[in-house]
Design a protein. Structure first.
Length: 249
C-alpha cells in the first residue's frame, strides 16, 4: 500500500483501474477498502483510476489522538497530498458522510484540484446543525452524546466492526470530536464553482438540507428512496448509475 505525507502525517491509499482519476473517501469508521467491500470500486475501475484513501485515524493511515490533528485544513491536505504523490493535478472526488465534508473542504481550499465533487449523506452546514433534530426524533435527551449514535451505526456493519476493532479508540474519538465541531462550509462552498452532485437517503437526517442546498446553489441532487444514513451507502446499485453519469460528462 502506498503512502503520502501531509503535514508530516502518513496517509495510506490504494489505486486500481485506469482512466480519469476519482478519489474515494469513506465516512466515519470506514477505510478505503470499504468502497471495494460494498462493490463500488470494481464498477468504477472499469472506466476510472480509482484512488481509495484511508483517512487520517483509520485503516493504515497514522492515527493521532488529539482533535487538533483532524482539522478540515488537514483533511483537505491529506487528499491533495495523495494527488501530489501520484503526480495528478486534478481528480474527481467522491465522499460519503465525513468523506463528503472532506470533499467540501477540498472544494473550498483547493478547488483547482477537483474536476467534480460527489457528496453523499452530509450537508455543508455542519454536523451539530442536525443533531437536535436527530436526538428529538429518537426520543433522546438534548445532552445525549451523539458519538455513541455514530459509533453504534457503524457497528451494524461487520466490515466496520473490523475496522473499529483494529483501530485506536482514542484516535477515533479525537477524529469525531474535530468532525463534530466544524461549523460548516456552506457559504464558501457555493463560491468554489466545482460541479457538485449531492445525494442522501430519504429517511436520513441530511436528505432535506442537502436537497434544499442543491436547489438553492445550482448543484445536482438525487434521493435514495427508503434509505437511512447507513443503508444509502449499502445500495451501490441505486447510486452508481447516477454518479457514473455525472462523472462521465
Amino acid at each position: 500500500m502506498p503512502f503520502a505525507y501531509a503535514d508530516g502525517y502518513k496517509i495510506a491509499y490504494t489505486v486500481s483501474g485506469a482512466g480519469a482519476p476519482v478519489v474515494l473517501h469513506p465516512g466515519m469508521f470506514g477505510d478505503g477498502g470499504h468502497w471495494a467491500y460494498l462493490g463500488y470500486t470494481e464498477v468504477l475501475a472499469a472506466a476510472h483510476t480509482v484512488i481509495a484513501i484511508d483517512p487520517l485515524g483509520l485503516g493504515a493511515s497514522v492515527a493521532p489522538r488529539t482533535p487538533a490533528a483532524y482539522t478540515l485544513e488537514r483533511r483537505a491536505a491529506s487528499v491533495t497530498a495523495v494527488l501530489d504523490d501520484l503526480g495528478l493535478d486534478r481528480a474527481a472526488f467522491w465522499g460519503y458522510s465525513l468523506g463528503a465534508l472532506t470533499g467540501y473542504a477540498v472544494a473550498v481550499r483547493a478547488p483547482e484540484r477537483l474536476t467534480r465533487l460527489v457528496a453523499g449523506a452530509f450537508d455543508p452546514y455542519g454536523f451539530m446543525a442536525r443533531v437536535p433534530v436527530v436526538l428529538a426524533a429518537l426520543g433522546l435527551p438534548a445532552d445525549h452524546d451523539p458519538y455513541e449514535l455514530v459509533r453504534g451505526g457503524a457497528l451494524e456493519s461487520a466490515y466496520q466492526v473490523a475496522v473499529i476493532e483494529a483501530g485506536d479508540a482514542a484516535a477515533h474519538r479525537a477524529n469525531y470530536e474535530a468532525f463534530s465541531r466544524e461549523p460548516g462550509l456552506a457559504d464558501r462552498l457555493a463560491a468554489s464553482e466545482v460541479p457538485t452532485l449531492m445525494y442522501a437517503g430519504t429517511a436520513g437526517p441530511w436528505h432535506e438540507p442537502m436537497r434544499d442546498y442543491a436547489r438553492s446553489h445550482g448543484a445536482e441532487f438525487f434521493s435514495v428512496a427508503d434509505a437511512d444514513h447507513a443503508t444509502a451507502l449499502r445500495r451501490p446499485a441505486d447510486v452508481l448509475p447516477r454518479v457514473r453519469d455525472f462523472l462521465s460528462r
